[in-house]
Design a binder for this molecule. Structure first.
Ligand code: NCD
Ligand code: ZN
Length: 333
């Protein structure tokens, strides 16, 4: 087998690039690996109207030339049909639904997907995708995702003319639901949910850098996610949910949720597929199915991974990355 692994230039359909002085470094880290990233809007204040979306995209492009930011806005029930059209015209590709209080900066979120019902006809007239953080507020945290599936499935069935992505699926139940729903429904899978379970977070010593939403679940859930990623089913594609929080915001009495996987995202993902004997499934998972679902052209060009041992740094731009200090054997050129 060749020492190189040539992949089509990949996309990451769920990243957090943050704002202010932190943004340039996080955007550059993404640009080293991905051609396009779908940028989540949970800033303060959120990206929720056309002008703000355009400004944010400009800042990302300035910070990381060569990275194409695909923009998402926070889909609030207060968004009007006119706002939606303006956002679509401004180049938004997705509206992101955050249920109330379930994750970082999700205050003023919705408590039930049906609150968006009045907007669905307008969304159907655009090419916008509805991305859902699939957790039901108020439910016990291990069951929040499963509890969200009923209203999600109802909505997706009622609106077959709208495309929905269930973000960062973390349970076998979500994999099953997405598989069974129509072709208007897909899901992103993160790197870390392919690798860890709740035991890695709290089963021994507490590992705050593996704490994220939705929390990692049971071994059988991880197994279902791995099978979905390796299934060549076009409904499942990569979204890292790389979510940097500075070290002191994670190592404290009330730590933020989010795993900063970008500094090893493509390299570690390659290793997961390689170790599982599934190398042939990686190109579509990370460079094909997502683009197809979003009705974007697949990227021209390739990226080269070489077989070279390296260690993920202990800290990157003030953040402890996923797999800090661990050895990996694929390196991105
Ligand atoms: C994300 C963040 O920090 O912005 N956190 C996380 O744990 N995944 C938000 C999100 O995607 O839920
Ligand atoms: Zn996220």
């Amino acid at each position: 087998m060749s020492a190189d692994w040539i992949l089509p230039r990949p996309d990451d359909f769920h990243v957090h690039l943050r704002q202010g002085e932190d943004l340039p470094a996080y955007a550059m880290e993404a640009a080293r690996r991905f051609a396009r990233v779908l940028v989540m809007p949970n800033l303060v204040p959120p990206v929720s109207e056309a002008a703000g979306l355009g400004d944010y995209r400009d800042r990302i492009r300035l910070a990381a030339p060569g990275l194409e930011p695909l923009m998402a806005f926070k889909l609030l029930p207060s968004v009007s049909p006119e706002d939606l059209l303006a956002l679509a015209r401004a180049g938004a590709v997705a509206g992101k639904v955050y249920p109330e209080g379930v994750t970082t900066n999700s205050e003023n979120g919705i408590s039930d997907l049906r609150e968006l019902e009045p907007l669905m006809a307008s969304i159907a007239k655009t090419n916008l995708v509805v991305c859902c953080h699939g957790e039901k507020p108020g439910v016990f945290s291990m069951e929040r995702e499963e509890a969200f599936l009923e209203e999600f499935s109802e909505m997706a069935c009622r609106h077959g003319d709208v495309r929905f992505v269930l973000e960062h699926v973390s349970t076998a139940a979500a994999v099953r639901a997405v598989t069974e729903l129509g072709p208007n429904v897909a899901a992103t899978i993160t790197l870390h949910h392919l690798e860890i379970t709740l035991d890695d977070v709290v089963g021994g010593m507490l590992k705050p850098h593996l704490f994220c939403k939705p929390i990692a679940k049971r071994p059988q859930d991880r197994q279902a996610l791995r099978e979905a990623a390796f299934s060549a089913n076009p409904k499942f594609f990569f979204g890292s949910d790389s979510a940097p929080h500075r070290k002191d915001r994670k190592e404290c009495a009330a730590g933020c949720a989010g795993v900063y996987s970008m500094p090893c995202a493509l390299e570690a993902l390659a290793q997961v597929f390689d170790d599982a004997g599934q190398r042939d499934k990686l190109p579509d998972f990370v460079a094909g199915f997502g683009a197809d679902f979003y009705r974007l052209p697949r990227n021209p060009g390739t990226v080269r991974l070489v077989r070279e041992d390296w260690k993920v740094p202990e800290i990157v731009d003030g953040v402890v990355p996923y797999k800090a200090g661990e050895a990996l054997r694929w390196k991105v050129i």
